[in-house]
Design a protein around this ligand. Sequence first.
Ligand SMILES: [Zn+2]
Length: 87
Amino acid sequence: MLLKNEVQAVPTVHTIRGPLDTAELGPTLMHEHLVLKSPGIAKNWPERYDHEAAIQRATEKLQQLAELGIRSLVDNPRRIFEQQGSY
Ligand SMILES: [Zn+2]
């Protein structure tokens, strides 16, 4: 049982690549949004959202982060966009 404000270390975290030993995480960005798509903007101004370009920008940024030593991040998809199938 944890007491208030007591932290319990966990040996692994679940990642998109499967369980990972937390000792291997390294510096971790804890709240990122790699690609966001607003359904309203995409519907009303489709010319303003280029999914392939967004993926390319995200890939380039991830490569830059890797060069800086970042190996882990937590991507926070916007639930409302997921529910609408637009994310
Ligand atoms: Zn956020």
